[in-house]
Design a binder for this molecule. Structure first.
Ligand code: ATP
Ligand code: MG
Length: 333
C-alpha cells in the first residue's frame, strides 16, 4: 500500500529562530534577568547584528544558543530553533554533536578557543574528528589545511605545526574562524570578533567572514557594541538594552532612521563626517545595576523623552514588522 505523502512545509526553517528566551542569574528579589524575553529570527545566509552597551545581555544571548551559560546563570524559558530543531530540548550529549558542527562561536579573545600548549594542526584535527568519526587523521589534516587556506593564512601546511603564540593577533583570530567553519556550520555566532584588533586588521577579518558567508550560505549573529562595524556587515540589526530588544530593523533603517531614544543616543555618540568638528554626545548616564532597573521601560531614567506613561512597560517589538521599536515615544520621520 502506498503511504500518503506527509505534508511538507513550503519554506525551509530559518537558520535560527529564538522565541521568548530568558536567562537569569539567581532567584528571588535579587534575580538578574540578563536576557528578558528575547525573540528574533535569522534567515539562512543572513547577518544579524546585535548591538547594545556593556552588560545589556548580548553575550548571554549568544552563549544561550551554544548552551554554554555557566551557573549561577540559567536558561529559564523560551525556544532556540536551529534549522527547526529546538536546542533547549536536546540532551547535553546531543548538544555536543551540534556545538562546533552546525553552530560555532568566535570570541573576542581567540585564546577562549585555542589551547596555548597544542599545535594549531592538532587542535584543528581534533575539531574535525570530534564530529566526523570515520575521517582518517590524514584526511582531517587536509581539511584543516584547506580551512586555514580559506581564511587567508599563508603557507597553511607549515602553519599547522605552529603554536598559537606564533601567530599575530589578527592571524590568531583567523585561525579561530577556520576552526569555526571547519565542519561547515549553518550558523556562526561572532561575539566582538574584531574589537581587540586594529582597524585595518578589523576590516580584513570582516571581509573574510563576509566572503565565507557568501561561499557557504552561512548565517551570522554578529555581536558588537560598535555600530560602525555592524553597519558594514549586517542585513538586520537588533538593539538590546538591559536584557531586552528595544529596536529591530534593517541595517539602513536602524542606522539612518533610528526610532528608539536609546538607539538615537548610540548613533549620535558615534564620530561621523556630518558631525565633524562638533562634540560627540554620549548617551547620558549609565545603565542601572540590574536590581535597580526602573519599572516599565528600563531606559526611562536616562531618556529625554520619558513621560509618566513610561513607568508602564511599552508593548513588545512586533516581530512581523520590518522596523519595530519598544517605546511610547519613538522618533517619527
Ligand atoms: N556571573 C554572573 N552573575 C550575575 N550576573 C551576571 C553574571 N554574568 C553576567 N551577569 C549579568 O548578565 C548581564 C548581561 O551580561 P552579558 O555578558 O551578556 O553582557 P554584554 O552585553 O555581552 O556586555 P559586554 O559588551 O560587556 O560584553 C550583565 O549585565 C549581568 O547583570
Ligand atoms: Mg559580551
Amino acid at each position: 500500500m502506498m503511504e500518503a505523502a506527509l505534508p511538507r512545509s513550503e519554506t525551509a526553517p530559518a537558520a535560527l529562530d529564538i522565541r521568548g528566551l530568558k536567562v537569569q542569574f539567581g532567584e528571588g528579589p535579587y534575580a538578574v534577568k540578563a536576557v528578558n524575553d528575547v525573540s528574533f529570527t535569522i534567515p539562512r545566509g543572513q547577518v544579524m547584528g546585535l548591538v547594545g552597551e556593556s552588560g545589556s545581555g548580548k553575550s548571554m544571548t549568544g552563549l544561550s544558543i551554544m548552551r554554554l551559560i555557566q551557573r549561577p546563570g540559567e536558561i529559564k524559558g523560551g525556544e532556540i530553533r536551529l534549522n527547526g530543531t529546538n536546542l533547549l530540548g536536546l540532551s547535553e550529549r546531543e548538544m555536543r554533536r551540534v556545538r562546533g558542527s552546525t553552530v560555532a562561536m568566535i570570541f573576542q579573545d581567540p585564546m577562549m578557543t585555542l589551547n596555548p600548549v597544542l599545535r594549531i594542526g592538532t587542535q584543528m584535527i581534533e575539531a574535525v574528528m570530534a564530529h566526523r568519526r570515520d575521517t582518517t587523521k590524514v584526511e582531517a589534516r587536509r581539511i584543516a589545511r584547506d580551512a586555514l587556506a580559506r581564511v587567508g593564512i599563508p603557507s597553511p601546511e607549515e602553519r599547522l605545526d605552529a603554536y598559537p603564540h606564533q601567530f599575530s593577533g589578527g592571524m590568531r583570530q583567523r585561525v579561530t574562524i577556520a576552526i569555526a567553519i571547519i565542519n561547515r556550520p549553518s550558523l556562526i555566532i561572532a561575539d566582538e570578533p574584531t574589537t581587540a584588533l586594529d582597524v585595518t586588521i578589523q576590516a580584513q577579518i570582516i571581509h573574510q567572514l563576509e566572503k565565507l558567508r557568501l561561499e557557504d550560505n552561512l548565517s551570522l549573529l554578529w555581536i558588537t557594541h560598535d555600530l560602525s562595524v555592524v553597519g558594514s556587515i549586517a542585513d538586520r540589526i537588533l538593539v538590546m538594552y538591559a536584557g531586552r530588544i528595544v529596536e529591530q530593523g534593517t541595517a539602513d533603517q536602524v542606522l539612518d532612521r533610528p526610532m528608539h531614544p536609546y538607539t538615537r543616543g548610540l548613533i549620535s555618540s558615534l564620530p561621523s563626517e556630518e558631525r565633524k568638528g562638533k562634540k560627540l554626545r554620549p548617551v547620558p548616564g549609565v545603565m542601572p545595576a540590574p536590581w535597580e532597573l526602573p519599572s516599565g521601560c528600563a531606559f526611562r531614567n536616562r531618556c529625554e523623552q520619558a513621560s509618566n506613561s513610561c513607568a508602564v512597560a511599552p508593548a513588545d517589538i512586533d516581530q512581523g514588522a520590518a522596523h519595530s521599536v519598544r517605546c511610547f515615544h519613538p522618533h517619527r520621520y
